[in-house]
Design a protein around this ligand. Structure first.
Ligand SMILES: *[C@@H]1O[C@H](CO)[C@@H](O)[C@H](O)[C@H]1NC(C)=O
Ligand SMILES: *[C@@H]1O[C@H](CO)[C@@H](O)[C@H](O)[C@H]1NC(C)=O
Ligand SMILES: *[C@@H]1O[C@H](CO)[C@@H](O)[C@H](O)[C@H]1NC(C)=O
Length: 422
């Protein structure tokens, strides 16, 4: 008997079986007391024969004393390539007795060549490619993201636009000026905010001031725009600051650039009005971001905007189709499946739907059933502020249709779909 054709795991299983069936059947003297098997073979008591040798790979024969032969022994394939004997076949003038099935990332007759997955320069926008076995990884400079650094992660997250609500902004302290009549609250820290009281300012006694934004879900941040303000004719601004971030609102990590052991200090503003943009490279992935002033002029006063994107990214390849551009008559409140969406460039109401598509978004049409079985999504309440709706859980679809349910004046819409490829 030769058991040498079994792979190792099979051998072990067989060995166990043999032990179980045989051990009770043969009470008399152990034929394996002296191991008769050569070359590391394992001896087990046999039924017809006194013992059976289970041979290691490459050996066969009753006592494993014969060297197995064959085109795949020893394995001619390198880098864990799997050898498959093909029998004697003639291809051209070459005898091929085996083929090597290579692991991903290797090629060549014997899988001897490590394919350079970076050879085709897959990284765009200055990304640095690293060759992995059968894959590559792009190290993207901010604000580029994506497998090929092909996406720009540069959406304004809504401090100025209002997408970030007052309730999402908090601070260590608030300055009251003019005998307490002016409140420089964190909710005012919006880029380009106008008015007499138009920014956040930390209280004078606050020795460790900070302002924090809760983005309500994990986001990718690639930059921050800061601006000071003037109070009673005097410029106040943050000259230098650090940035901390958190996934849970409890544990915060100070931002450091790669390979640095010290917290990164960002250079801030120089006057009351001009904006300063700092990039996060690498980007910050967090739900909470905290700006920690380090040096302030007169007071730690700030207006700001965050730059980044959803982790899932925008769906960029979309085709839109609409039922009735610029249609005068009112759309009936009860919409049928055949009713299509009304979209026009002049749309004033902004709606953002977040949506995770795996597929090729060729056409943008809503899946009626999906939306109706879920809920009616709250839309906009004015003509400019973004309203974000999250599909939780995300869904896979090729077509998405948005059905206006209630509207102000005419149905108008600007929108973005967010999703990912996986
Ligand atoms: C293996 O051993 C058997 C008997 O144990 C013997 O007949 C045979 O010639 C041996 N083969 C080799 C290659 O040594
Ligand atoms: C604030 O900035 C504006 C525009 O740059 C400038 O005209 C004004 O003098 C500044 N005010 C103070 C108090 O520095
Ligand atoms: C998407 O689908 C269209 C039509 O079916 C096809 O022409 C196009 O190549 C596809 N794009 C991708 C990225 O698969």
């Amino acid at each position: 008997i030769s058991l040498s054709f079994f792979s190792r795991s099979n051998s072990v299983r067989l060995l166990m079986t043999l032990y179980l069936t045989v051990a009770s059947a043969l009470p008399a003297g152990d034929p394996c007391e002296v191991n008769m098997c050569s070359n590391g073979g394992t001896c087990v008591p046999g039924t017809g024969t006194p013992f059976i040798c289970i041979c290691p790979d490459g050996f066969s024969g009753d006592t494993c004393n014969e060297t197995e032969t064959g085109p795949c022994i020893p394995n001619p394939c390198q880098n864990d390539g799997v050898c498959e004997a093909t029998g004697h076949s003639r291809r051209g003038d070459v005898f091929n007795e085996y083929v090597c099935k290579c692991q991903p990332g290797y090629e060549g007759v014997h899988c001897q060549t490590n394919v350079n997955d970076c050879a085709g320069q897959p990284c765009e926008n200055g990304g640095v490619c690293r060759d992995l076995d059968g894959d590559f990884k792009c190290h993207c400079p901010s604000p580029f993201v994506g497998k090929h650094c092909q996406l720009r992660c540069i959406s304004l997250l809504g401090m100025e636009g209002g997408g970030i609500a007052e309730s999402q902004i908090s601070a260590s302290s608030v300055r009251y000026s003019l005998l307490g009549l002016q409140r420089w609250g964190p909710e005012l820290a919006r880029l380009h905010k106008k008015g007499l009281v138009n920014a956040w300012s930390a209280a004078a006694h606050d020795k460790n001031p900070w302002i924090q934004i809760n983005m309500q879900r994990k986001m990718r941040l690639t930059g921050i725009v800061t601006q000071g303000a003037s109070r009673m004719g005097s410029a106040e601004f943050i000259k230098a600051f650090k940035v901390a971030s958190s996934l849970d609102g409890k544990t915060y990590t100070m931002y450091r650039t790669e390979g640095q052991r010290k917290d990164h200090v960002f250079v801030g503003n120089v006057d009351n009005d001009s904006t300063k943009t700092n990039l996060f490279d690498p980007p910050i992935i967090a739900q909470y971001i905290r700006i920690v002033p380090v040096v302030c002029r007169k007071a730690c006063t700030l207006r700001m905007e965050l730059v980044g994107c959803e982790l899932n990214g925008k769906l960029t390849q979309m085709l839109l189709s609409v039922s009735s551009p610029h249609q005068k008559k009112k759309i009936k409140r009860t919409l049928l499946i055949s009713d299509k969406l009304f979209i026009h460039e002049e749309f004033l109401l902004a709606t953002t739907l977040i949506y995770c598509s795996s597929m090729n978004m060729s056409v943008l049409i809503i899946k009626l059933q999906v939306l109706l079985t879920r809920s009616i999504f709250p839309g906009n309440s004015d003509n400019n502020v973004h309203k974000k709706n999250i599909f939780e859980p995300a869904f896979y679809s090729r077509y998405v249709r948005i059905l206006p349910w209630e509207w102000h004046e005419r149905i108008t819409l600007r929108m973005e779909l967010l999703g990912c490829d996986e």
